[in-house]
Design a binder for this molecule. Structure first.
Ligand code: BGC
Length: 336
């Protein structure tokens, strides 16, 4: 079964159909540059460009780099403040004319890694931490996600931790790997002091360069491993969340195991959710808008004015992403 996943990041917005049996991309991903400012209108337009590139018609999961509850984005540390309290699920669903699930980017990467990557089969307390523009965190207890933990904003040396220890901080301050590893070590020690995890999975683009810094991180009791899905974890996790939304419940069977079952009792029993449902019906931003039969590219109901006045973004079908321009009429293809 294929479901579409989109990962909204600080530098790029990328997506592809995902093969959920294998946990990898069914086709090479399409990426456009994140617009600046990354306003809701412009980002939604870029997501439409990415989804339209594949002529996709089916469920879509979308990650967002901030807190997401019931499809509403609550924080915006590294994107335009217009996202605070924006109904992202409605905006995207209306624009795409497709059922959409929205969840935090680190949570998405976490569920993908816990199912198909470095955390597969791991019990106990596990953290996936992404080091990129910010620091994202996903906490699992015996495979169950506790959404929206936002540990990138712990205080480290009197600063927001992600301002000190993200990949962006390393690049902005031109830190050596040793200097950066020292900060990451301090950050991990702080998280370990608070949660005593058994395992840290280090994600984000920097996981490809694990050999440069992981050996430099000493004195942490927990095991530390690089993520395996690397830059595709968010896309895969977004698609997994969208599939869970389609099920309307947290049950794993008969599809491949989902590690994120009913994380918070509070989330159970909300409208549209099966009894015992969690992310499956609207966990961290779960649930849907739009519906089958609505066509991709249909004019947005509530967002038409905003969209028409937005600066057109540029698209790229090449390996080198440019900004997006979602004016092309998309091909429509049914999800298998
Ligand atoms: C945001 C998180 C996000 C992380 C990685 C942080 O600034 O607050 O929600 O997961 O960046 O993108």
């Amino acid at each position: 079964m294929n479901v579409f996943g989109v990962d909204i990041g600080g530098s790029g917005i990328k997506g592809a159909p995902v093969n959920l049996e294998r946990g990898d991309l069914a086709e090479p991903r399409h990426k456009v540059l994140t617009p600046h400012p990354a306003t809701p209108e412009r980002v939604v337009e870029c997501v439409q460009e990415v989804v339209g590139h594949f002529g996709w018609s089916g469920r879509v999961g979308v990650t967002f780099p901030g807190v997401v509850t019931d499809g509403v984005t609550r924080t915006a540390a590294n994107v335009d403040k217009g996202w605070i309290d924006a109904d992202a699920r409605a905006m995207l669903g209306d624009r795409l004319g497709l059922p959409v699930t929205v969840l935090n980017d680190a949570d998405a990467a976490g569920v993908a890694e816990m199912t198909f990557g470095a955390g597969a089969g791991r019990k106990g307390t596990v953290f996936l931490l992404t080091f990129g523009t910010g620091i994202g965190s996903a906490l699992f207890r015996d495979g169950v996600l506790v959404p929206n933990t936002e540990l990138g904003h712990l205080e480290l040396d009197g600063h927001d931790a992600e301002k000190r220890a993200s990949t962006k901080a390393r690049e902005d301050e031109d830190l050596s790997w040793e200097q950066w590893a020292h900060r990451v070590r301090k950050y991990l020690a702080h998280v370990e002091m608070l949660f005593s995890p058994e395992l840290f999975i280090i994600g984000g683009g920097v996981s490809r360069k694990a050999e440069k810094f992981l050996p430099l991180i000493e004195g942490i009791r927990a095991e530390i491993v690089p993520a395996q899905l690397q830059n595709n974890a968010g896309i895969v996790g977004a698609a997994m969340a969208a599939r869970a939304g389609a099920r309307g419940s947290c049950s794993a069977a008969p599809l491949p195991p989902l590690p994120f079952r009913c994380p918070l009792p509070l989330l159970r029993g909300l409208p549209g959710r099966a009894p015992g449902g969690g992310l499956g019906g609207g966990g961290p931003g779960g649930d849907t808008r739009g519906g089958p039969g609505r066509r991709l590219g249909r004019p947005p109901a509530r967002w038409s004015a905003a969209a028409s006045s937005a600066t057109p973004c540029a698209r790229s079908r090449s390996a080198r992403p440019r900004a997006c321009r979602s004016t092309a009429s998309p091909r429509v293809r049914r999800a298998p």
